[in-house]
Design a protein around this ligand. Structure first.
Ligand SMILES: C[S@@+](CC[C@H](N)C(=O)[O-])C[C@H]1O[C@@H](n2cnc3c(N)ncnc32)[C@H](O)[C@@H]1O
Length: 349
């Protein structure tokens, strides 16, 4: 129970310390998990199932210092990532899926190592006075890889089950049609779309040439290059024929420099009645939301968004956007507290 100062009604100093202490603990947990992922400790624990491993076993397997590994194991236990029995450690239930399984819709491992990248906090601090912005072409290849890892579970939830929630869409995709992934990044989505809908032709477009090069490599490795076309183009200058049945945008619509121009271009690229599906972080628009765990995590992402001169937006922003560009049958669904989908159909159906 929160105690209050008798005269002012403000919380007591000791209660306010309780606001700060979990922040230290969260920071320690974040660094511990990111370190464990980067150095292979989490993976080594996963492969040690079902017997588990001692810090000495892990150190031996990975060529690391046993004393340091013991310190990591204890911190991972404290964070709830591991269980232990004497000196034997095991990953806690479902941690292997959550932290390592890139194919799972619940995968969050990529976010730990993304938050450690200098583009999120370090560069923000360095440019706090100048406000100097950056764009994707000046982000490191590693950062782009980590962003793709973070975007991957969004695509996994979207394709096919998230798209199946959009009335009438799944039938068209199963029958075969043209699909466009706008701001396709490193190509995770175009591959998912091509694999989930073998009768569809998929186009991916992104304004960053390096991301599209990486996407081309991944598309080739996935064996879907015959049905995938990739373009380097800013969405503000996109000029495609009205031939697409579906346009998707994953965790990128909030980045548009001119969101109205982009939405017009997308409406023009759609056939009459075609669907535009926006999959994005729903940034909270009230105080309670900002203080929620998802709100606090999304506030962290805003440090990077600020540097590329934008911010995540509340989901309702997209209802208004689609409505003012003539889209009909507008709807939405929440796939997780940090992932919402908003959709609408182009005029003319
Ligand atoms: C957060 S990443 C997401 C990439 C991909 N959709 C994913 O989920 O992995 C944002 C991407 O949007 C692209 N982008 C942002 N604004 C753009 C614009 N106005 N035109 C074209 N691409 C844009 C960036 O180059 C970057 O690859």
């Amino acid at each position: 129970m929160t105690t209050t100062e008798p005269t002012t009604g403000t919380p007591a100093l000791t209660d306010q310390a309780q606001v700060l202490l979990p922040l230290f603990a969260g920071y320690v947990g974040q660094r511990t998990v990111a370190l464990g992922l980067r150095l292979g400790l989490v993976e080594a624990l996963a492969t040690a199932e079902p017997s588990g491993a001692t810090p000495d076993d892990l150190a031996d397997r990975l060529g690391l210092d046993p004393f340091y590994v013991a310190v990591w194991c204890r911190a991972a236990f404290g964070a709830g990532v591991c269980d232990r029995d004497g000196t034997t450690y095991r990953l806690a239930p479902h941690m292997a899926t959550l932290l390592l399984d890139e194919t799972s819709p619940a995968y969050v491992g990529g976010t730990f190592t993304l938050l450690d990248q200098p583009e999120i906090f370090d560069r923000f601090a360095e440019t706090l006075a100048s406000g100097e912005r950056l764009w994707w072409d000046t982000c490191s290849p590693e950062f782009i890889r980590k962003v793709a890892d973070t975007g991957r579970p969004f695509y996994t939830r979207l394709v096919p089950s998230g798209l199946a929630r959009v009335p009438g869409l799944a039938e068209r995709l199963d029958a075969g049609c043209a699909v466009l992934d706008t701001a396709c990044g490193a190509g995770v989505g175009v591959i998912r779309l091509a694999q989930a809908y073998p009768r569809c032709a998929v186009t991916g477009v992104d304004g960053d040439a390096h991301s599209v090069e990486v996407a081309a490599e991944h598309v080739g490795e996935a064996g879907v290059a015959d049905r995938v076309r990739l373009l380097v183009n800013s969405l503000e200058d996109l000029d495609l024929e009205s031939s697409y049945t579906l346009v998707v945008n994953n965790i990128s619509m909030h980045e548009c420099r001119d969101v109205d121009r982009v939405t017009d271009n997308i409406r023009r690229a759609l056939e009459p009645g075609g669907w535009f599906v926006i999959s994005d972080f729903p940034f909270p628009d009230d105080d309670a939301g900002l203080r929620s765990i998802p709100g606090r995590i999304m506030s962290g992402i805003q440090f990077f968004e600020a540097q590329i001169d934008d911010q995540l937006v509340p989901r309702r922003f997209y209802d208004d956007l689609l409505a003012r560009h003539g889209f009909g049958d507008i709807g939405s669904s929440e796939l997780t507290p940090m992932h919402a989908v908003t959709y609408g159909r182009a005029p003319g159906h």
